[in-house]
Ligand binder design. Structure first.
Ligand code: PMP
Length: 307
């Protein structure tokens, strides 16, 4: 489908994307007063079905973000689900997509402290899968920018304004010739990537920072911990990670709904192991895809059929 012709859900109506407009003076436009989710839907050719992944968990986090920022939202989880299903169906997608579901402070008289009026848009974006084969992996720089913390702008909430911190780190890393950044938190410990969570492997154990280390409560992070434990018998330790551990780890990857699992092959110029994708990362990647595409019945409640 022509991307310009797709329909967006805005304020309860299905509107062609180029006609979906928000007032320039709205607090979302001026101050980043919006919270959102990036939700993956995977097309299953055998079943001729599109499955949204861990929708209930995305909506729980969206409601948490709304609560933290004191937004006076009228939306229930059922409203979120109905809007998503309506807009995806209206576009008739039969391919992998990502859906951006954004709840925002609208109106033209507001300020940065306005709690209403709250509006929503839901925008499907065609997006293929990340391939691990033949992909070189990421070269990362430990950022000179510190990750925001719960003492100032909580990384736990998925608020648009948080991404300015991500932007600074990512663009600095690219300016310096790297692919992206790894941010440290206000304690000098590893936090996360600009739009992803971080895992490393040391001595056959997965290690990732705890949810209190200035990271988003990531759904992919949780998925990885659970499938590693239940399907691959690999333990995950949630603990602080020192910067120099990045230089001596056996494997490393960044993960998120959008980037799925992407191996890190170099950090600050130190190759991660031999600079190739590690065995545990590869096994996790394959298993993650099996789960996303419905090959493990025990996780079927994570998949919501759209059609
Ligand atoms: N951290 C940040 C800062 C992110 O933006 C994202 C992407 N939403 C993640 C982690 C990964 O979260 P999830 O697995 O829920 O997509």
């Amino acid at each position: 489908m022509d991307n310009d012709k797709r329909l967006i859900w805005l304020g309860g109506k299905l509107i062609p994307v180029n006609e979906a407009k928000i007032n320039v003076l709205s607090p979302t436009s001026q101050f980043g007063a919006n919270v959102f989710e990036g939700i993956r839907c995977y097309w299953n050719e055998d079943k001729q079905q599109l499955y949204a992944f861990r929708l209930a968990d995305h909506y729980k986090r969206l409601q948490n973000s709304i609560k933290i920022f004191r937004m006076k939202s009228p939306y229930t989880d059922e409203d979120f689900l109905k809007g998503l299903v309506d807009v995806v169906k209206a576009n008739g997608y039969k391919e992998d997509i990502q859906v951006r579901q954004t709840v925002f402070i609208d109106g033209l008289g507001g300020t940065w402290s306005s709690c209403e009026p709250v509006n929503m848009f839901i925008a499907p974006i065609p997006r293929g899968r990340t391939l691990i084969e033949g992909k070189k992996g990421l070269r990362c720089q430990v950022s000179s920018w510190e990750r925001i913390s719960d003492r100032n702008l909580s990384p736990r909430a998925k608020v648009g304004a948080n991404y300015i911190n991500s932007r600074m780190a990512h663009l600095e890393a690219q300016q310096n010739g790297y692919d992206t950044a790894i941010l440290l938190n206000d304690n000098g410990k590893v936090a996360e990537g600009p739009g992803s969570c971080f895992f490393m492997v040391r001595d056959n154990t997965l290690v990732t920072p705890p949810c209190t280390a200035s990271v988003l409560e990531s759904i992919t992070r949780d998925t990885i911990i659970r499938i590693a434990r239940d399907l691959l018998n690999i333990k995950t330790v949630e603990r602080d990670i020192d910067r120099t551990e990045l230089y001596i780890c056996d494997e490393a990857f960044l993960c998120g709904s959008a980037m799925e699992i992407t191996q890190v092959i170099n950090i600050d110029g130190y190759p991660v192991a031999d600079g190739e994708c590690g065995q545990i990362t590869k096994r996790l990647f394959d298993t993650y895809y099996e789960v996303l595409t419905g090959k493990h019945a025990e996780y079927s409640e994570w998949l919501t059929p759209i059609y």
